[in-house]
Design a protein around this ligand. Sequence first.
Ligand code: PLP
Length: 362
Amino acid sequence: MSGDKRVQRLIRPAVLSAAAYRVPDAEGLVKLDAMENPYIFPESLRGQWLERLRRVDLNRYPDAAGRRLKDLLRRAFAVPDSAGVLLGNGSDEIIQMICLALARTGAVVMAPEPSFVMYEVCARIAGMEFVGVPLDGHDFSLDLPAMEKALELHRPAVVFLAWPNNPTGTLLPRADLKAVITQSPGIIVVDEAYYAYSGHSCLNDLERHDNLLVLRTLSKLGMAGLRLGFLAGRNCWLEQLEKLRPPYNVGSLTQASAEFFLEHLEVFEDQVKRVCAERDRLTSILAAMPGITVWPSSANFLLFRVADVPASTFFERLKEKGVLIKLLDGVHPALEGCLRVTIGTPEENETFAAAMAAAAGV
Ligand SMILES: *Cc1c(COP(=O)(O)O)cnc(C)c1O
């Protein structure tokens, strides 16, 4: 039997039909495609950080429970005492653990759409059914009655809700979020990946709702390379998810680095302030460009639509000018003509704005 036939016979259909996550090559380009914080950790603190890493003995396995790190995360992000914390190699890994734990026959994963692609990817890989509830095509707000109907009809095991949402940047009103939480028959995971930029959290609602879990990551705050995410919630859920966590999923270097960075959180908070100021400035610049529609964002990126030129042409023209953003046209019907740009440094944003003006022919 040829190797290829064996592949077809042995690999699950859900995996065979999936596509691997593709990351475009950004070499030599102004990288504004992946919601990274554009600022680096200051030179003045790098020595101390490396000093900390010198003390890590890599012959030993990492602390499997990540005790120190969890304590620091709790303190840094004000996780309620009654909640448990689960560590992930990025929050992507936690999304996968949640799906694996809930993948009973016929179980449904639900999320508004368009939203973060990993919800659907992880659901399908786990063999679950994914149901997307379309956001309003005009302002990307949640159609609450449609959501309530979908919850009633599909009885999802889990609802993923990115708050604020990626790729739209919109922040569902708290009252609507609460309605979704109370009406969800299963778990609801509120993904607060952009918490640093929105300032809104429902960590304090964990005590009130026994089906709520809150997902956080250090990636968008300025540590995307670390790969560290965490889930906060009731211990009855986390105890089960712990069984799906590979025991040493967060390495010693990540733990030591994260501990050091969390002790200097003010550095990142200052960077976030600068990014938010730039977000507001760039929103005005885009809004003033003819043929461009930009949506207000509570995150560190902007979604915009181009009217006069195909989005893919626009994307290529920006790339020719040395700027990489994200082309969203074709990803979902509601994103026709849309692109997403991550907020960079003032200089990067100037380069982007100039490239935009050139690409639009204004
Ligand atoms: C970027 C992003 C993540 C992934 O974060 P990692 O911790 O880097 O895996 C999760 N959720 C949303 C909504 C995101 O935009």
